[in-house]
Write a protein that binds this ligand. Structure first.
Ligand code: HEM
Length: 431
């Protein structure tokens, strides 16, 4: 939908909710769906309509207001996570954690809380900094790069591999599978299917291997764990691998790439973060609010009403974090990016029992990327010969961010480790 059409729909007093498709939102003048989200938010405020009905994908309720989104996230009696992806994945393996309800969810979550705690995440900071710098070494002498492909995509794949105890050089494969799960599955399911099959086969081998030779990584922990005296069955183990891969990689890639895109043209913000590193952690949360990568779905378990809107058992609901995070009832100047916004109770990482397991991981990861990137390449801008590209889907964000800058020097003269080298080869294929 063009900008004029967005404005025209409002003036014709048609509801923007009616044909909203969260998988493919209209892209506005700034290259993101934010303009459309703001128009929806305006409709919500003017018509006092925090919940609307969309005809897309067979019909679903769209919750756009902040208090209403929070209410649904907390009301786990009436709303199930069985449809956390909407349209739903029709797979035999359950999507563990994110796709489960209590009490099964609680038991599964207790198995993995500890490895994602702040203390454990900090164990990875040194290797993370080294990896970011090795990736930068791969392109700094060229004076141009697609930083979505060469920083945003690799860093979360490398870190997720380390946390899960998988070879970092398999990162491009992990990325391909998460892409198949969170994008291709919705747009081209035939092309996604063989990739998902490949992923299941890979994890079957990993699980067997962990049974034989358990280590200190998260997957070994899950393979050896018992719930109510029983080991997890095969489908549950595969479901665990899938959710940790999906959660760890795609969202974070989108957040990092979108942040670098913004810093490429928002010179004032870039200089501020370069000058005052202390605000980078707050800025990471403002990126999460302003460009929330994830919207999540729910299935109505029992008839319920939200903001006076009756919802029937069996209906689907989408919780639109990017719109709720612009609710003026909660956020002063909601359409302004305020780097050191505080408090910032955005819903970009969810809330209540399903609040993001990787919250500490992605915050540390994004902070380190920004710190290292701004140190090595403090001045850069968008490459005007190429176009940055927003990647839509239930997880949205910049998928291509071509930049130019004054070439710099490598830090290390030695060869990169295998994980970084594979990514450099892979990313150069896009250059
Ligand atoms: C920018 C990055 C990220 C964003 C925006 C994000 C967003 C979210 C959101 C909104 C939820 C709530 C789902 C719901 O309410 O149904 C969630 C849950 C989850 N996230 Fe993240 N996430 C990110 C990074 C990560 C990372 C790095 C991991 C690492 C493993 C991860 C793993 C998970 C898991 C396993 C869940 C399900 C938790 C549960 O249901 O108990 N996420 N995430």
């Amino acid at each position: 939908m063009s900008e004029t059409t967005i404005a025209a729909s409002i003036s014709n007093s048609q509801s923007l909710f009616t044909h909203f498709n969260h998988i493919d939102p209209p892209i506005g003048r700034d290259g993101t769906p934010n303009e459309f989200y703001e128009a929806l938010r305006d409709e919500m405020v003017e018509a006092n309509r925090p919940v609307g009905w969309s005809e897309a994908h067979g019909g679903f309720w769209m919750v756009a207001g902040y208090p209403e989104t929070l209410e649904v996230m907390h009301n786990t009696d009436a709303f199930s996570n069985d449809a956390v992806t909407f349209p739903r994945y029709e797979t035999t393996e359950p999507l563990m954690l994110a796709g489960q309800d209590d009490p099964a969810h609680k038991r599964a979550r207790l198995l993995v809380n500890e490895p994602f705690s702040p203390g454990r995440v900090m164990d990875f900071t040194r290797i993370l900094r080294e990896s970011v710098n090795a990736l930068i070494d791969g392109f700094i002498q060229h004076g141009r790069a697609d930083v979505a492909k060469i920083i945003g995509d690799p860093v979360p794949a490398i870190l997720t591999a380390l946390i899960l105890g998988l070879p970092a050089e398999h990162g491009p494969r992990f990325f391909k599978w998460t892409w198949a799960m969170s994008h291709e599955f919705f747009t081209d399911p035939d092309s996604a299917a063989p990739k998902l099959k490949e992923m299941y086969a890979y994890f079957e081998e990993v699980i067997e291997e962990r049974r034989r030779n358990p280590g200190a990584d998260v997957l070994s922990r899950v393979v050896q764990a018992k719930i109510d005296g029983d080991y997890l069955n095969h489908e549950e183990l595969i479901g665990f691998c899938t959710v940790l891969l999906l959660g760890g990689i795609d969202n974070t890639s989108k957040l990092i790439s979108t942040s670098l895109w913004r810093l490429a043209w928002d010179i004032e913000l870039r200089h501020r973060l370069t000058r005052d590193r202390k605000i980078i952690p707050l800025a990471v949360d403002e990126f999460l609010r302003y460009y929330s990568p994830a919207s999540v779905g729910r299935l109505v378990k029992e008839d319920v009403s939200v903001a006076g809107v009756p919802m029937k058992r069996g209906q689907y609901v989408m919780l639109m974090a990017p719109i709720a995070n612009r609710d003026p009832r909660v956020f002063p100047y909601p359409d302004t990016f305020i780097a050191d916004r505080s408090p910032n109770k955005h819903l970009g990482l969810g809330a209540a029992i399903h609040r993001c397991l990787g919250a500490h991981v992605l915050r540390v990861e994004s902070r380190i990327v920004l710190e290292e990137f701004l140190t090595r390449i403090p001045e850069f801008e968008l490459d005007r010969t190429r176009t940055p590209k927003w990647t839509a889907g239930q997880l949205g964000g910049m998928g291509s961010v071509p930049i130019v800058f004054k070439p710099g020097e490598r830090l290390s003269q030695g060869p990169p480790n295998d994980g970084v080298r594979t990514w450099l080869e892979h990313a150069m294929a896009y250059a």
